[in-house]
Design a protein around this ligand. Structure first.
Ligand code: THU
Length: 165
């Protein structure tokens, strides 16, 4: 038997003011996209802003459905939106925020497991890590160098094909 230890380092900023201007602007954009959330069932509003390599910003917000399992997360709406608008273009930065109207104390909101998997797929196909900022109601901002920091032992296409074929 052997043990494997996974450890990761994350940057936590006390305030957005500690970030560069373009990073602050992307977080502000994500917050503005909360208005695009359609979340009448959970009342949990999530929004994502993607900064593309060409400087364009892509929006995403969660889109719910009366048939609950059909709800789409903000992160996946944004990533697929980006793939349609700018196919194969690298994503420089991602900002994710959330708002629960019944409380005002949310810290950085991490993406769900399904979204982690999808972000990871885009990192793989685009050939570059996506830096991510997470911010809730509180001033604090968390930075991930790549989603893989929070998706250890992730599944990817390497398992699907015969490497010697
Ligand atoms: N949600 C997201 O948009 N992203 C996540 O990573 C977690 C959850 C949405 C889905 C649903 O509309 C609501 O938040 C409550 O789960």
């Amino acid at each position: 038997m052997k043990k494997l230890i996974v450890s990761e380092e994350f940057k936590i900023y006390q305030n957005v003011n500690e970030l560069k201007d373009f990073e602050q602007q992307l977080i502000a954009k994500a917050i503005s996209f909360l208005d695009l959330s359609y979340a009448p069932y959970s009342n949990f509003h999530v929004a994502t802003a993607l900064l593309m390599e060409n400087g364009e910003i892509i929006s995403g917000a969660n889109q719910e459905n009366a048939s609950y399992p059909l709800c789409l997360c903000a992160e996946r709406v944004a990533l697929h939106h980006a793939a349609m608008r700018f196919p194969k273009m690298k994503i420089t930065l991602m900002a994710i925020t959330a708002k629960n109207p019944i409380r005002n104390d949310l810290g950085p909101i991490p993406p769900c497991g399904a979204c982690r998997q999808v972000i990871s797929e885009y990192e793989n196909i685009l050939g570059s890590d996506i830096r991510i900022f997470l911010k809730g109601d509180l001033d604090e901002v968390m930075e991930l160098k790549s989603v893989k920091q929070i998706l250890p032992f992730g599944f990817d296409s390497d398992y699907l094909f015969n490497p010697s074929a």
